[in-house]
Design a protein around this ligand. Structure first.
Ligand code: PLP
Length: 394
């Protein structure tokens, strides 16, 4: 059993699907002296970050940066655009879609939580046809927004957001489109403007390779218009004051200065690699990971190859094998952290994160740790996932 007061040799292998490993460059930047957030240097940093984040979200419109977790950014999206009693269409893809739905209800928003019934819904992406059908039936436009999760971190499914936009347009419906890409941004292809998204919600601790603590709302002109009429109570999350301060690179309250140094470094690293190369690297690693799962004779949680996540792979354990007991063995013996099964998927799967600062050898180490752990646990594997992943990576 690892104890916090003991130092295990070698590094920890953090392969949960976020927080992801923070590169040394980013950690060093975070350790710089904290400066005056109202001083002259800060405004320059703020303007660079706001513009850098527009490039990452692929938007020409404003990006709100909150000192918050992703959950705060979810709340920011809803309270700025909606009023109490508004009806919102939410799509159940997994645990995080479920949590966003619950949060909306707690805020006094009415929701319709649609999706595939039962456990199956957690193995597929958003069905845009279902959204189109529901919006077409909503002839007096009661539905004010459609909310979907782009990369469902609890299952490893990346939904097609362009198809959701198309569905809303085909229904000629004015609902706002809000998308959670907390675990997709800077790992999976994402295009805020091109896909006509009104509010994109994201966070720092996944593809952006930062520690947790920054939340984002990328907002369209239509979302800003909606925010002028929305009456849900808001103060800390209100966009208007933030947008005003951001004009000169500042924030109305104290920003997370040191995390912003890290964000500056991370944006530089991502843009130096090139967004398309970052996306291709994630696809390549994900393909190798799925090859390993297949070689083991296990099932990937996502059933539809068109929406396999490049960020993480959900691996279903054989019937009767408690995935959390297995994870415990792997953590204690190999110092490797894997994601747990969440909500409805508790105990049925483990999740291998291959996002952010991840490369071929770090993925192979994780796959190897899983394989040795499963052998130790007495799971009968069909073959070697390590060899299968190597085949793909070579
Ligand atoms: N949405 C998704 C897709 C997530 O993966 C997470 C966290 O993992 C959240 C929302 C919630 O974000 P946070 O835990 O940072 O509040």
């Amino acid at each position: 059993m690892l104890k916090l007061d003991q130092h295990p040799s070698g590094r920890h292998f953090l392969h949960i699907p976020g927080p992801s490993p923070v590169p040394a460059r980013v950690l060093r930047a975070i350790s710089y002296q904290t400066i005056d957030h109202r001083g002259p240097e800060f405004g320059e940093l703020g303007l660079k970050l706001l513009s850098g984040m527009q490039t990452i979200f692929k938007t020409k419109h404003p990006v709100i940066i909150y000192p918050s977790s992703g959950t705060g950014a979810w709340e920011g999206a809803l309270v700025n655009t909606l009023s109490a009693g508004d009806l919102v269409l939410m799509y159940e893809t997994g645990h995080f879609a479920t949590l966003w739905n619950k949060l909306a209800i707690r805020l006094g928003i009415k929701t319709e939580f649609v999706g595939m019934p039962g456990a199956e819904g957690w193995r597929h992406g958003v069905d845009a046809a279902k959204i189109e059908e529901r919006l077409k039936a909503d002839t007096n436009h009661q539905i004010k927004a459609v909310c979907v999760v782009h990369n469902e971190t609890s299952t490893g499914v990346t939904s097609n957001i362009a198809a959701v936009r198309k569905a809303i347009d085909a229904a000629k419906h004015p609902a706002l489109l809000m998308v959670d890409t907390i675990s997709g941004l800077a790992s999976a292809d994402y295009r805020h403007d091109e896909w006509g998204v009104d509010v994109t919600v994201s966070g720092s601790q996944k593809g952006l390779m930062l520690p947790p603590g920054i939340g984002f709302n990328a907002i369209s002109p239509k979302a800003i218009e909606a925010s002028k009429k929305a009456t849900l109570p808001k103060a800390y999350w209100a966009w208007d004051e933030i947008l005003e301060s951001n004009k000169t690179g500042y924030w109305p309250s104290t920003p997370a200065t040191n995390l912003l140094y890290g964000l500056h470094e991370a944006i530089d690293m991502i843009l130096a690699e090139g967004l398309d190369n970052v996306f291709a690297r994630h696809q390549h690693l994900a393909k190798a990971c799925r090859a390993a799962v297949e070689a083991w004779g296990l099932e990937v949680q996502c059933k539809d190859p068109a929406v396999y996540s490049p960020v993480l792979t959900g691996v279903r354990t054989p019937q009767g094998v408690d995935a959390d007991a297995l994870r415990k063995v792997i953590f204690e013996r190999y110092n490797l952290s894997l994601g747990t099964g969440l909500g409805k998927a508790k105990g049925q799967l483990f999740r291998i994160g291959h996002l952010g600062d991840c490369n071929e050898l770090s993925l192979l180490a994780a796959i190897s740790g899983c394989e040795m752990g499963m052998n130790r646990f007495g799971i009968k594997l069909k073959g070697s996932g390590v060899l299968a992943a190597q085949e793909v990576l070579q």
